[in-house]
Design a protein around this ligand. Sequence first.
Ligand code: BJW
Length: 244
Amino acid sequence: MIPNELVETLANARRVTVLTGAGVSAESGVPTFREAQTGLWARYDPLQLATPEAFDANPELVWDWYQFRRELVRNVEPNPGHYALVELANLVPAFTLVTQNVDGLHARAGSRDVIEFHGNLFENRCAAEGTVVEGRESKQLPHCPGCGAPLRPGVVWFGESIPAAASEQAFAAAGDCDVFFSIGTSSLVYPAAGLVEIAREAGAVLVEINPEPTDIAASLDFALAGKSGQILPDLVKRLGDHRT
Ligand code: BJW
């Protein structure tokens, strides 16, 4: 399943950059972004809800959706894919983990310095000023103690800019790596989907891990068709065995 050539490449790599998406949390029980929503939220389209326009039109509805997702994520655990990435970081000289996920599961698994490209589900920001507001967890839509505007989750919605530091660090890491992994992402949402192109221009070996190979899979060096919670632990074991 895992080609020897990939293990060799990783064993000789200086810098490895990994981009993860919702598929990495799927085996923890977090639905992927484009998966059909269930229960109360089945009739809503996540592509419509994850927008500033939806929040402006109905902040209570959007707040409720995020409260539902916060509760869901609080009740799940990182899976073997998350833990394998913690180990991979220890097996290569330099490692950068960029995630599009807002669930914080990489950090809960023990990954350090995770670049959260689309923000964090558990952060609250003032919708008017953009400032982070601590300690306002609430079932009902809370308001900014400073200006009274509604608070919103600290995530990046469609049409919004990626936080500057996260964007700079992620593009720098993609542009200076020997191996670039794209794991559990549909590679449809930009600018995150552009990171692989930056890595390609830098001459990196490109690897995808996804049970449903994406549109870009055929143009990559390795497309491993399978679940990240199975392939990543195997890959880390093979790399560890190769080192000993
Ligand atoms: C498994 C698995 C298992 C299952 N193991 N795998 C260029 C071209 C075209 C459009 C644009 C462009 N540039 C910008 C745009 C517009 C837009 C965009 O990309 N739209 C596309 C829909 C076309 N981008 C933006 O608006 C971005 N902002 C921007 O560009 O601003 C520019 C600007 C400049 C100046 C001023 C102002 C603005 C922002 C994008 C923000 C995305 N935010 C979201 C929501 C976050 C909050 C929340 O969660 O509610 O981020 S959208 C959603 O998509 C979420 C995800 O992080 C992101 C990516 O999704 P992901 O992770 O790929 O998930 P899925 O569900 O799509 O795929 C899961 C995959 O896992 C599948 O492939 C499965 O097969 C696989 N899988 N089980 C491994 N076990």
